[in-house]
Design a protein around this ligand. Structure first.
Ligand code: ZN
Ligand code: ZN
Length: 282
């Protein structure tokens, strides 16, 4: 009790002397009182209060990185959305239904979901995380991703989680795989979010990037698909047979990367492949 009070007092002094700086607009700001402790180890959601909206969870997870103005501008993925690829629709009235692309040619994966829309704020946030050395963002972003997993899936239906891999040359250059980093803390923080991950294996050695490819961000839809074809391989085919797999990546843009991974895993014997990304281009 006294230790807790001292800890809070220390946080208040620390914040007064070194106020946090927003990663997007670079303004100094004060963390709103009701968001303090949102990602501390001894604080968590209230189980009796029911699930939070994606917007509320995003605000709690990201209050230490974004100022209140940027937080308010953050767009989250809300229904109505495509039942398959998770694309949010403009009309707020409708129910979830299939988008034209999923109705037409279908998708390799089962469902794809993301908590955030890949808009200006999220683009900058992910850029800070991947290219500007702000790897401390892995913790709040990873927490938000875990709550999205818990919201959109029955966790018992997934056996294995695989991050989309980077080629070894890019991994060496960047120093980390962003998808692996996002889920690194999941076992540790699962209890606080009332998730039981004990039956799930997180494996980052089963899916391999066997060929270096040009960055997808510079390419159009058709070029992305061509660029990524045959870029992946399987590290342990016998281990994915019959498994229900969740693929993790940072951004879903055209779906070319996760589709290629899904195709490979399903051909290798996986029973089902779903996709969870932090952000979704719209
Ligand atoms: Zn800001
Ligand atoms: Zn769709």
């Amino acid at each position: 009790m006294i230790a807790g009070l001292l800890h809070k007092f220390y946080d208040i002094i620390q914040e007064a002397v070194f106020p946090p700086k927003c990663l997007v607009c670079e303004a100094f700001y004060r963390i709103p009182l009701h968001y303090r402790g949102g990602i501390s180890d001894d604080a968590g959601p209230d189980e009796t209060a029911g699930p939070l909206s994606v917007q509320a969870q995003a605000a709690i997870s990201l209050a230490t990185c974004l100022c209140p103005d940027c937080l308010a501008e953050l767009a989250t993925v809300e229904s109505p959305l495509c039942i398959c690829c998770g694309l949010p629709f403009n009309s707020r009235q409708d129910q979830d239904h299939y988008c034209g692309a999923c109705l037409g040619s279908g998708q390799e994966f089962g469902i794809a979901r993301a908590p955030l829309v890949y808009d200006r704020i999220v683009t900058k946030l992910i850029h800070c995380f991947k290219y500007k050395g702000k790897i401390q963002l892995a913790r709040p972003l990873g927490e938000l991703l875990l709550t999205a997993f818990n919201r959109f899936w029955d966790i018992n239906t997934i056996d294995m989680i695989l991050p989309v891999p980077l080629h070894s040359s890019r991994l060496r250059r960047r120093g980390f795989n962003q998808a692996s980093l996002l889920i690194r803390n999941w076992y540790r923080i699962a209890d606080r979010h009332f998730c039981d991950l004990s039956h799930i294996r997180i494996a980052d050695d089963l899916l391999i990037r066997s060929m270096p490819t040009a960055p997808q961000s510079a390419l159009g839809r058709v070029q992305r698909r061509r660029n990524i074809q045959s870029a992946f391989g399987l590290g342990g085919k016998e281990q994915i047979g019959g498994k229900k797999i969740l693929l993790i990546d940072d951004v879903y843009t055209t779906g070319a990367t996760v589709s290629e991974c899904s195709r490979l895993l399903l051909n290798g014997g996986a029973r089902q492949v779903d996709v969870l990304t932090l952000a979704r281009a719209v």
